[in-house]
Design a protein. Structure first.
Ligand SMILES: Cc1cc2nc3c(=O)[nH]c(=O)nc-3n(C[C@H](O)[C@H](O)[C@H](O)COP(=O)(O)O)c2cc1C
Length: 188
């Protein structure tokens, strides 16, 4: 059920070290490929990274939320076991950002339904990743999705205050603004 999945699925930043079957990763990209796209231009392409050596080259170039560790790097022994790097053709329309959001969410939802946790990552060293993965000059790296079997179970809480997330007793708490704060009817 999509509604239940949306309510339950949280960002995961601690992963078990079991490998994800490549066929499964391919399926996630296939679901991204079928996403809605402005003007149906489909400017996005995807690089699956699941080789240990390549992963280790990329880990220093991605930044997990500050709750994970002081240096914002993946926690030793809990690193993602795969990455999906989203690239776009240079010169594409500004709307590619919306396309990325939709594609990333499709990946996240289908991953969750296959028991895989993800962390969407915008805080990444795009140019360095481009070099490390031999991405040609007529493309640019924009977004990274970290994936793996979840080694944590974050909890959701509602807040009236500025939302954020924090770790307490090793449990990640994710705060969401209340429906009454974000919903308007007919006028603001
Ligand atoms: C566009 C976007 C960029 C994000 N970039 C990062 C990132 O670079 N590092 C990270 O650890 N989390 C990143 N996140 C994950 C958010 O921190 C996370 O979605 C937020 O804390 C809410 O948690 P939830 O996804 O469990 O609802 C990103 C999420 C989005 C939508």
């Amino acid at each position: 059920m999509i509604e239940e999945t949306i309510k339950q699925k949280r960002t995961i930043r601690l992963f078990k070290q079991d490998k994800i079957d490549y066929k499964l990763l391919e399926k996630f990209v296939d679901c991204a490929r079928l996403s809605s796209s402005a003007r149906n231009a489909q400017p996005l392409e995807y690089i699956i990274v699941d080789d240990k050596e390549v992963l280790e080259k990329i880990f220093p170039l991605i930044n997990f939320g500050g709750e994970i560790s002081d240096d914002k790097k993946a926690k030793n022994g809990f690193e993602p076991t795969a990455l999906i790097v989203i690239i776009a053709k240079k010169g594409c329309r500004e709307s590619y950002k919306y396309d990325i959001g939709i594609a990333a969410q499709n990946i996240a939802l289908v991953a969750y339904e296959n028991n895989i946790g993800v962390c969407m990552m915008g805080a990444v060293e795009k140019e360095e990743i481009q070099k490390a993965l031999n991405v040609p000059d007529d493309y640019f790296v924009d977004f990274v999705i970290s994936l793996g079997y979840a080694a944590e179970k974050p909890v959701l809480e509602e807040t009236d205050k500025e939302p954020g997330y924090y770790r307490e007793n090793n449990v990640l708490h994710v705060q969401k603004r209340k429906l009454s704060q974000v919903l308007h009817r007919n006028k603001f």
